[in-house]
Design a protein around this ligand. Structure first.
Ligand SMILES: *Cc1c(COP(=O)(O)O)cnc(C)c1O
Length: 376
């Protein structure tokens, strides 16, 4: 009996906020031969990747990084469960789904938390932050999301960093969807802990995430508390930083691909990648407005990589998604609370002609759905 081979899907243009379309050289690096993770070539790879991550994060030679196998949330949980001492307390700035996730992570680990919730798609209030820090001396850490991917809102990282530093607290940042396309400098922005992932604006493949921090801060975690066995940040730091081997089996081939992606990232530079994504976003936003979509956010909150827009009357997200998917494009849903909206990312290896083709496909999809609405 023969089994039909699984059909190979044709190339889809991913307009979701990660995972992204990658450069063919990145995918090719996945084909690295079978290898034992405790051999010196893998130790070299890990050392190189850690250095390149720190380079992308800016900063100075005090900073290093720790690699985790797992999606961005693995590195978030590793950092946020490891950095707050037993007697510590963390203030979480929350204006969206990923701000909520930070609160959820620290809560799971029984960490004392002050949750400042501003509301979905509402800007952070820096006066509230300042008041909270002045009013509650028990707070040792502040956690925030740089780019709140659920709404496309870019939060004012440097302004938060200045306030947190002035009040002598420690800042931990979810930069998972901003690193690589928005300006970040861990040192100048007063970031002690930056969390990122391979498969968003760094244009690697899913499976690797990381934490970037000053070496002295990582060393100082030696006193615990150790709230997790697998995700304890100090365990991974000690293994990678001192023992020259990973603590557990990493996603080795994905790491080879990420190494290649980091080379391409450093070659392009964050400034130019941000400009590339931003130019695509401008084309997309103009195209959407011409077709009856309206942006969720005021322009001062826009980032380079994600656009959230209200749908034209009579069009549902699900139907639009399916009509575009048939034509080779994947768009993304939003939180239900945002109403009839759509999320479209300009992250990853998307070309000008991909975007031009997308707008044609959008016209066709809207015509189909409009016809369906009229006929109903
Ligand atoms: C994508 C994302 C995450 C993590 O998602 P994973 O699916 O775990 O990779 C966390 N925070 C933000 C801001 C994100 O955009």
């Amino acid at each position: 009996m023969t089994v039909d081979p699984t059909p190979v899907p044709t190339e889809t243009v991913l307009l979701n906020p990660g995972p992204v379309n990658v450069d063919p050289r990145v995918r090719k690096a996945l084909g690295y031969p079978d290898v034992c993770h405790r051999e010196p070539e893998v130790a070299d790879l890990i050392r190189q990747v850690r250095g390149k991550i720190a380079d992308v994060c800016g900063g100075n030679s005090d900073y290093t990084s720790v690699i985790l196998s797992g999606s961005g949330t693995a590195a978030l949980e590793s950092a946020f469960s490891s950095i707050v001492p037993v007697a510590g307390k963390i203030l979480i700035l929350d204006n969206g789904h990923y701000g909520q996730r930070l609160r959820d992570i620290v809560t799971v680990h029984g960490i004392e938390c002050l949750h400042l919730e501003f509301g979905l798609a509402k800007p952070l209030d820096l006066e509230d932050l300042e008041r909270a820090l002045v009013g509650d001396p028990a707070i040792t850490h502040v956690g925030m999301v740089h780019h709140e991917t659920s709404t496309g809102m870019l939060n004012p990282l440097r302004a938060v960093g200045e306030i947190v530093s002035r009040h002598d607290r420690s800042l931990a940042v979810d930069a998972i969807s901003s690193l690589g396309s928005e300006e970040i400098d861990v040192y100048a922005d007063h970031i002690d802990w930056l969390v990122g992932t391979a498969n968003k604006c760094l244009e690697g493949l899913p499976g690797i995430s990381f934490v970037c921090a000053p070496q002295a801060r990582l060393e100082a975690l030696s006193g615990g508390p150790r709230r997790s066995y697998y995700l304890d940040l100090h365990t991974h730091y000690t293994a990678q930083g001192h023992n020259g081997a990973p603590a557990f089996t990493p996603a080795v081939q994905v790491l080879y691909a990420f190494d290649r992606a980091l080379d391409l990232m450093l070659e392009e530079t964050v400034t130019q990648r941000g400009a590339r994504y931003g130019a695509h976003a401008a084309t997309l936003r103009a195209g959407l407005e011409e077709r009856g979509f309206s942006p969720l956010l005021a322009p001062q909150h826009w980032c380079n990589s994600v656009t959230v827009a209200h749908l034209p009357a009579g069009i549902t997200y699900r139907e639009l998604h399916d009509a575009l998917k048939q034509r080779g494009f994947v768009i993304y849903a939003t939180q239900e609370e945002l109403g009839a909206t759509v999320r479209i990312a300009t992250m990853g290896q998307i070309s000008k002609s991909d975007l031009a083709r997308f707008l044609v496909a959008l016209d066709e999809a809207l015509a189909d759905l409009g016809a369906a609405v009229a006929a109903a």
